[in-house]
Design a protein around this ligand. Structure first.
Ligand code: NAD
Length: 488
C-alpha cells in the first residue's frame, strides 16, 4: 500500500515553538497500518536534544507575572474544539488507518476529544481567584489557581486523540504549556491534530509542543528536567511505576491513568437484554483494547446458562475486518504482541478447564502474520487463570459463575487494578452495597458506559492517581497559591 496522504500530514515531524521540525539527525521510524501490516508513514524519531528545546519553548510561553486571562484561555479551548470538529472526518480517517478501529468509532473519538475542550471552556470560571469568606486570624485570604508550569504529556496508542484531549484541555485551561509525546504506534493522529491547531487555533508559540520518537530518551528528559514540574501519563501500570521512580528525586506532580481489569457483574434480577447490549458495546469497542473494557464477566448462577447462550450467539456474529471496510465491528489488534497475548490468555483458560463457548480453538489460528483475533467467549473460568489477573486487551470474554453478593464482590476486587467495573441489577439496595464495596474509580450501574468530559474519571489502587474530566479534572494542572494579606 502507498504511504498515507493527507493535507494534515504534510509534515511528519515534531512541532516545537510553533514550527514543524525534523529530528536533529534526520532519522525516522515507521508507522504501520495494523489491518494490512504495511508501512504507511515515516515519522521523525526525536530524542533528548529536541525534548530539551521543546521544554525551553514551553518555558518561553509560560506567563506567571502577567498571566493569560481566563478569557484568553477560554478562547484557546474554543478554538481547539472548533479545529478538531472542523477536521474530524480527516483526523478520524488517519486514526482508523494507524490504529485499526472501525472508521465510525475513529471519527467518534475525535468528537469525544473535542468535548473535553468544550467542557473546560464552559467551566473556566471555576479557576478564578477568590477571597475566602471567613477572615481567619483577622486577615484577608485570597486563593489563586496558578499553572503548575511546563508539563509533559505522554499518551498511549489505544485512543490516539481521546487521551491527549483530556490532558491538553485541562493544561490549556490552567495556562500550562505542554510537551507531548505520542505513542510510537499512532503518532499520525496527533500530527494531524497539531496541523489542525496550527492552521485554525491561534495559540502562543511554544504553548503546545510535539516530540515523537523512542520513549526512553524523551521520557528520561521529561522525568529529570527541573523546569517540568509535572507529568501526566496514560498507559500501562508498568511504565507508570517507572515514571514514579524516575521522578522521585525531583518530587514531581504526577497524574497517572494506568491499566484496568474491569469486572462486569450480572445478578439474577438483571435485565438480561440490557446487560447483553451494554456488555457487547463495552467489551468490543476498540476491539477490546480499552482500559475500561470488561476483562472478566461474572454471572449469577440462576441466569448463567441463559446469559451464556445469548452472549455466545452475539459474539459469534461479530464482523471482524479492516476498520475502513463497511460494516466492520472489530478491527485488528495493534500488534503481533497484542494478538499473542490474547491467544495466550485463551490457551491458558482452556488448559485450566475453561469451556470454549464461542470463537475458535487457539491452535486453529495462524502462528503469525495476522492481527485479527476472532472474538472468543470461554466459560467455567476460575481465579487461577491468567485472564483474571492480567489485562487481556483484546476480544476475549472469560465468564465465571457466582452464587452470592459477597462472593462476587471479593472476586471483583481480587485484582491490583481499580479502574472500571459494571454492575447489573434492578435492586437498588444491592446495587448500593455492591458499588460501595467495589474499589474502582468508575462503576457503571445497569450501564457499560465509559468516561465522558463532564465527569471525573480515574483509577484506584494500581490503576492510577488523579482524575481527568469534570471539574476535578480541570484542577489537575493547577497549583493553589494562598495569600493571607495584612492591612499594611
Ligand atoms: P505503554 O505504557 O506501553 O505506553 C504508553 C506511552 O508511554 C507511550 O507513548 C509509550 O511510548 C510511552 N512510554 C513507554 N515507556 C516510556 C518511558 N520509559 N518513558 C516515557 N514514556 C514511555 O501503554 P500502551 O500499550 O501504549 O497503552 C495501553 C495501556 O494503557 C493499557 O494498560 C491501558 O489500560 C492503559 N490505558 C489506561 C487508560 C486510563 O484512562 N486509565 C486509558 C487508556 C489506556
Amino acid at each position: 500500500m502507498a504511504l498515507i496522504e493527507s493535507p494534515l500530514l504534510q509534515h511528519l515531524e515534531g512541532y516545537i515553538g510553533g514550527q514543524w521540525v525534523p529530528a536533529d539527525d534526520g532519522s525516522t521510524f515507521a508507522v504501520d497500518n495494523p489491518a494490512t501490516g504495511d508501512t504507511i508513514a515515516h515519522v521523525a524519531a526525536m530524542g533528548a536534544a529536541e525534548t530539551e528545546r521543546a521544554i525551553a519553548a514551553g518555558q518561553s510561553a509560560l506567563r506567571l507575572q502577567e498571566p493569560y486571562s481566563i478569557e484568553t484561555r477560554r478562547g484557546w479551548l474554543e478554538a481547539v474544539r472548533d479545529a478538531l470538529l472542523a477536521e474530524q472526518d480527516e483526523i478520524g480517517r488517519i486514526l482508523c488507518l494507524e490504529h485499526g478501529k472501525p472508521l465510525g468509532e475513529a471519527v467518534g473519538e475525535v468528537t469525544y476529544a473535542a468535548g473535553f475542550f468544550d467542557y473546560c471552556a464552559k467551566y473556566m470560571d471555576e479557576l478564578k481567584s477568590h477571597v475566602i469568606p471567613e477572615r481567619p486570624k483577622g486577615l484577608e485570604w485570597t486563593v489563586h489557581y496558578r499553572p503548575v508550569g511546563v508539563v509533559g504529556l505522554i499518551t498511549p496508542w489505544n485512543f490516539p486523540i481521546g487521551m491527549i484531549a483530556k490532558k491538553l484541555a485541562a493544561a490549556l485551561a490552567a495556562g500550562c504549556p505542554s510537551v507531548i509525546k505520542p505513542a510510537s504506534e499512532t503518532p499520525l493522529t496527533m500530527i494531524a491534530a497539531f496541523q489542525a491547531l496550527h492552521d485554525r487555533a491561534d495559540l502562543p508559540a511554544g504553548m503546545v509542543n510535539l516530540v515523537s520518537g523512542p520513549p526512553a530518551p524523551i521520557g528520561d528528559v521529561l522525568c529529570d528536567h527541573p523546569e517540568v514540574p509535572m507529568l501526566s501519563f496514560t498507559g500501562s501500570t508498568g511504565v507508570g511505576q517507572h515514571l514514579i521512580r524516575a521522578t522521585a528525586h525531583r518530587v514531581k506532580k504526577l497524574s497517572l491513568e494506568l491499566g484496568g481489569n474491569a469486572p462486569f457483574i450480572v445478578f439474577d434480577d438483571a435485565d438480561l437484554d440490557a446487560a447483553l447490549e451494554n456488555l457487547m458495546a463495552n467489551k468490543f469497542r476498540g476491539g477490546g483494547q480499552t482500559c475500561v473494557c470488561t476483562n472478566r464477566l461474572y454471572v449469577q448462577s440462576g441466569v448463567a446458562d441463559t446469559f451464556a447462550a445469548m452472549l455466545a450467539k452475539k459474539v459469534s456474529a461479530l464482523k471482524v475486518g479492516d476498520g475502513m471496510a463497511e460494516g466492520t465491528e472489530i478491527g485488528p489488534l495493534i500488534s503481533q504482541a497484542g494478538f499473542d497475548k490474547v491467544r495466550r490468555h485463551v490457551q491458558d483458560a482452556l488448559a485450566k478447564g475453561g469451556e470454549l463457548l464461542a470463537g475458535p480453538e487457539p491452535k486453529e489460528l495462524p502462528a503469525s502474520g495476522s492481527r485479527f483475533y476472532p472474538p472468543t467467549l470461554v466459560g467455567k473460568v476460575t481465579p487461577d487463570m491468567v485472564c483474571c489477573h492480567e489485562e487481556t486487551f483484546g476480544p476475549f470474554i472469560p465468564m465465571a459463575v457466582f452464587h452470592s453478593e459477597e462472593e462476587v464482590i471479593a472476586r471483583g476486587n481480587d485484582t491490583e487494578f481499580g479502574l472500571a467495573a459494571y454492575v447489573f441489577t434492578r435492586d437498588e439496595q444491592r446495587a448500593a452495597r455492591t458499588i460501595g464495596a467495589l474499589r474502582f474509580g468508575h462503576v457503571g450501574w445497569n450501564s457499560g458506559s465509559g468516561p465522558t468530559p463532564e465527569a471525573p474519571f480515574g483509577g484506584m489502587k494500581s490503576s492510577g492517581v488523579g482524575r481527568e474530566g469534570g471539574v476535578e479534572g480541570l484542577f489537575e494542572f493547577i497549583e493553589a497559591q494562598t495569600v493571607p494579606r495584612g492591612d499594611q
